[in-house]
Ligand binder design. Structure first.
Ligand code: G
Ligand code: G
Ligand code: G
Ligand code: MN
Ligand code: NA
Length: 254
């Protein structure tokens, strides 16, 4: 409960910030970023999302927090359109199940886009497989409404949940994200390698793009590329960093 109160006051005091992690294509060109939430706790210092997102979800604080993330991300995205180095980059935002379930989710995203002037076709919303079990028809309806204005959707942590292939076919998705747990031991665990390869084939069958997360080694990237996965995110290309560091990294990135 104390932690929940901390979250509440930190939302007001703006102690949250977004980090940005680059996403690249097989030419090594930057194609996008994922916004990752960080909490600068007044006493504990930097707290990672794994520690507070579950509490924010239990307490409903994920709604105001998620609202803040969306506004912040869209403001940044709007600003990026003016810079040569960031023009064209997509920005992926993680959406929690509770947010997606709110009745005004679509309206909120739309009004945030119009208020900030962000290009909706550059905004990607990451939803997780586990959310789909809830109310698939409601999810599809909301996704369609946002897709109609150009917003895209990625299915995060793919392979760790229980998506039925028929659901997957019905969802207006743009991208599957191969979960980092399959990428980690890709080079030594043939089962993980087979799963990664299967996800790439599945994405191809469904006409979806596919991105691997957690890519740390060049040999992982090469193996993924041999399967046909041509988009990557991971420490090999860049860690999640503050906006300032991210902008600075663009200047030096070849
Ligand atoms: O960046 P890091 O690896 O610590 O993120 C841990 C987890 O927190 C990831 O699963 C990610 O999806 C989740 N996460 C990061 N930022 C956000 C956010 O803004 N909203 C939600 N709901 N989850 C987030
Ligand atoms: O084929 P293309 O012109 O898209 O490739 C340009 C460069 O991108 C290549 O010289 C290579 O370094 C890299 N690349 C493209 N496709 C692959 C691939 O499938 N595997 C690997 N390892 N690198 C690739
Ligand atoms: O939303 P999602 O759970 O996919 O968030 C991505 C998470 O993966 C973030 O917590 C981020 O810090 C983490 N991450 C990003 N790149 C790497 C990587 O190369 N290796 C590992 N182990 N984690 C990574
Ligand atoms: Mn994610
Ligand atoms: Na993930």
């Amino acid at each position: 409960a104390e932690f929940a109160n901390d979250i509440r006051s930190s939302i007001q005091n703006k102690d949250f910030l977004l980090y940005y992690q680059v996403q690249v294509n097989h030419h090594g060109e930057r194609v996008g970023t994922e916004a990752l939430l960080r909490w600068m706790h007044p006493v504990k210092g930097m707290v990672r999302p794994d520690e507070f997102i579950p509490i924010a979800e239990e307490t409903g604080l994920i709604i105001p927090l998620g609202d803040w993330v969306l506004v912040e991300a869209c403001q940044v995205l709007a600003g990026w359109a003016a810079h040569t180095l960031t023009q064209g980059l997509t920005l992926a935002v993680n959406i929690s199940a509770h947010q997606l379930r709110t009745h005004d989710f679509v309206e909120k995203v739309k009004s945030t886009i119009s208020k900030t002037g962000a290009d909706p076709s550059k905004l990607k919303l990451e939803i997780t497989e586990s959310m789909l079990l809830d109310d698939i028809d409601d999810t599809i309806e909301k996704m369609r409404a946002l897709q109609a204005i150009g917003v895209t959707f990625a299915l995060d942590d793919f392979g760790t949940g229980y998506s039925s292939l028929s659901y997957l076919k019905r969802l207006p998705l743009d991208q599957l994200k191969i979960d980092k747990t399959f990428v980690r031991d890709l080079l030594t665990d043939t089962q993980d390698a087979d799963i990664a390869s299967t996800i790439v084939s599945l994405a191809k069958s469904l006409h979806l793009s596919v991105i691997a997360e957690g890519v740390e080694q060049e040999d992982q990237r090469i193996l993924l590329a041999s399967y046909g996965c041509l988009l990557y995110q991971g420490y090999l290309f860049g860690r999640p960093v503050s906006l300032k560091e991210f902008m600075a990294s663009l200047e030096t990135f070849e």
